[in-house]
Design a binder for this molecule. Sequence first.
Ligand code: BG6
Length: 513
Amino acid sequence: MVALDVEAGLDSNPLVTGLERQPVRSTAVVIFGAMGDLASRKLLPGIYNLAHEGGLPERIALIGVSRSSMTDEEFRASARESIDRFSRRRPDPDVLEGLLANFSYVAGSFDDDGLYVRLRDALGTLDTGLGTPLNRIFYLSTAPEFFPVITGHLGAAGLNETDEADVRVVVEKPIGYDLASARAQNDAVLEYFDESQVFRIDHYLGKETVQNLMALRFANALFEPVWNRNFIDNVQITAAEDIGIGTRAGYYEGAGALRDLVQNHMLQLLALLAMEPPTAFEANRLRDEKVKVLEAIAPPAPEEVAAMAVRAQYGEGIVAGAESVGYREEPGVAEDSRTETYVALRLFINNWRWAGVPFYLRTGKRMARKLTEIAVTLRPVPHIAFQGPDSDGVQPNQIILTLQPDEAVSVSLGAKVPGTKMQIRPVNMEFHYGTSFLSESPEAYERLILDVMRGDATLFTRNDEVEALWRIIDPILAAWAQDTETPIPEYPAGSAGPSEADALLDGRSWRRL
Ligand code: BG6
């Protein structure tokens, strides 16, 4: 194994100031599904960027696993190509070649016992070379049906634990298809691995702005006093995308927007926004609070679903100047598909802090633009002393967290328009990541991969949390599955979504996209 030149690239890299340079124990990362899309677009480039910043352990080995037979050299060439293409920064040839020298490849079918024997040998050779066992990370970047197959075989081959080193398993989404399958999947993984070894990824939790939500709430005295039903009128969470389903029809047809984005990413945003302050920014303390708040959301009864959830599909339209086909015309999509590409929900959190405050969530593919934001709208002032039309500008304060594409926080205030009249108009106080910190945020996967190497599960989903998330979603899925007749509303591609979603808002409006 070649030691990484961890100092390479440090001088020119502004991000290093934000990188915690804690010692990370030598680690072998085994990626199942190493030739897949996620590995090529996110994992390998993410690992490269960690190497570039000096964030990786000094000794790192990466073993790619997939079915195709390939030499180590061929795997390195393919990894090089992925990193060149998808890394957020142009790779430095020395850092890249230093990293790739530690890559190797093991071919095999995930249900083949022989694969795990070969893996054990490969890991054993690495341990011997280093003179001490490396930590192991088994990264399951595969279709979910393989999770139990792989963890079962790892367990049977004794690869789920190692003397004097930590063994961790990383599970990608989707975690289950509904509550029952999520439980079955958790049970299968936990048969051989302890919960403390399991890292379930939700890449939203690795985003800087999502973590900034906690900084905003818990590092400032300004917000927490108003963060409750007495001051907050409603919360809107939007995760709009302009992209369609690309080549993912096979997955998306069986998933739909509710499973794809709401069950995980959007409810995670809601949980972080609404949870009680944790006593420590530590894995179980934080996750305890998230579970509590998720459990306070009452799952709807079947007859309540229609009034709190709207689904829709995109029809044809124009997105960013280009014509787009409707969802049912996408390659691989059934022409009578009832899979939703848009969801809007109204949820209530039944606890002292939030009783009666509606949380409106919406997400969709092929909408007007990419925008992920949380808008917290405060109640109106109790009495407006300014008289006449000049008081029209007095609007409730809003705290807007923009997660994507421009990471920012803004607070709207009523301000006096200059002049002799007492005229009020909303103005924004803004903080932009780019200009305040003059640095590019790391990609979510970089942070999360490093956290797995350090064994810090704070930004990963615990098994009871996964179940709490599904408990909210399951009744909606069940009601929709039962209704095979009512036409699915359509929204033109490139629009802000279907008008049917307005009915959820109790007379309020969705924010402009
Ligand atoms: C993924 C979904 O989890 O998140 C995709 O499967 C979606 O459908 C993506 O496009 C959105 O992630 P981001 O980081 O671009 O907001």
